[in-house]
Design a protein around this ligand. Structure first.
Ligand SMILES: Nc1ncnc2c1ncn2[C@@H]1O[C@H](COP(=O)(O)OP(=O)(O)OP(=O)(O)O)[C@@H](O)[C@H]1O
Ligand SMILES: [Mg+2]
Length: 307
């Protein structure tokens, strides 16, 4: 199988700092892949290596089957760096045109493509403004525009929500999902876990230069699907009955219970046990571990193990 990204044992050292320590991962074609990790974990360094902007100290990587050192691997890629550097004296339109020309879009398509990008990011009113006069969020939108110009097959976004307002974040989410539906593979570095949760098919968690987990959020969740129940008058006898149909014991915190039934339809049994034994059921809903809980747990466990 050919992967969109295949990295094997990537190492990067900066003097004494081991920024990446044998990082291996595969990204499948057409997926949105989230790369998470605390500040300084090595996320941006990894992306820069894949784009051949920074040489790896060891290891190999390919993009769509082409070695990253080969210039052809960078054909049809889009990249939003974490810090956008743009000529302040250019207008938004000139800057995007400059990138459109660099990206090799056929000349007769450039005008149309610039308008598409400007409209997609809602920057019509700013197209003649100089880059140096833009707000932080507007500059970020310009960065996103230059990344998506030419409808790349592979898109790298390093902290794309940085500086964006909630409406722009929502629009960026739709844009990513539209691009995915049109076949673009997206590699997303982000600290905004709620966005990763909503958009990514799979994630990898990087800590101190090492990948510690890879998989879908569901795969990485220890709790899996569970019931969150609020009950007044919950008793030990109810807990005993409920535990018989669960993969692990009921967890109690005041009136709030976490229940892990083995089968989905056992939620009805939980409901029945509580009511029959005189409990007052206030709410009952299925839930999974949030990405925030999962991330916090995994990083905390890892740091405790290595301290
Ligand atoms: N050019 C450089 N020279 C020296 N050290 C560097 C350089 N670039 C990165 N580093 C170091 O490599 C490590 C990883 O940095 P990197 O920027 O990849 O982290 P990150 O996961 O992207 O963090 P953040 O979430 O803050 O963006 C850090 O310790 C950083 O100080
Ligand atoms: Mg970074």
């Amino acid at each position: 199988m050919r992967y969109a990204i295949e990295a094997v044992d990537i190492v990067k050292t900066f003097g004494d700092v081991k920024a990446l320590n044998q990082v291996s991962l595969e990204v499948q074609e057409g997926e949105i892949f989230g790369f998470l990790g605390p500040n300084g974990a090595g996320k941006s360094t990894f992306v820069k290596i894949l784009l051949n902007l920074v040489p790896a100290s060891a290891g190999t990587a390919e993009i769509f089957g082409r070695k990253i050192e080969n210039i052809s691997a960078r054909r049809n890629l889009g990249f939003l760096p974490e810090n956008i550097v743009a000529y302040p004296f250019l207008t938004v339109e000139d800057f995007i045109r400059f990138h459109a020309e660099l990206s090799g879009i056929p000349k007769n398509m450039i005008k149309q493509e610039i308008s598409r990008c400007i409209d997609t990011l809602g920057m019509g009113e700013k197209r003649n403004k100089r880059i140096g006069t833009l707000s932080k969020g507007m500059l970020q939108k310009v960065g996103i525009m230059q990344a998506i110009i030419g409808k790349p097959k592979m898109l790298f976004l390093d902290e794309p929500t940085s500086g964006l307002d909630p409406i722009a974040i929502k629009e960026l989410r739709s844009l990513m999902l539209d691009m995915k539906n049109n076949g673009t593979t997206i590699f997303l570095n982000s600290h905004l876990l709620s966005e990763i949760e909503r958009t990514c098919d799979r994630i990898a968690i990087l800590n101190k230069g090492k990948i510690i987990k890879t998989g879908s959020q569901y795969d990485l969740s220890v709790k899996g699907k569970h019931l969150e129940v609020i009950v007044e008058g919950f008793t030990d006898s109810m807990a005993l009955e409920i535990n018989k149909i669960c993969s692990r014991p009921v967890e109690r915190s005041g009136t709030c219970l976490m229940i892990y039934p083995e089968r989905e339809f056992d939620s009805i049994t939980v409901h029945r046990i509580i009511i029959e034994q005189g409990g007052k059921l206030l709410s009952l809903s299925w839930n999974t571990e949030s990405l925030e809980e999962l991330f916090y747990r995994i990083i905390k466990d890892e740091n405790i193990c290595n301290s």
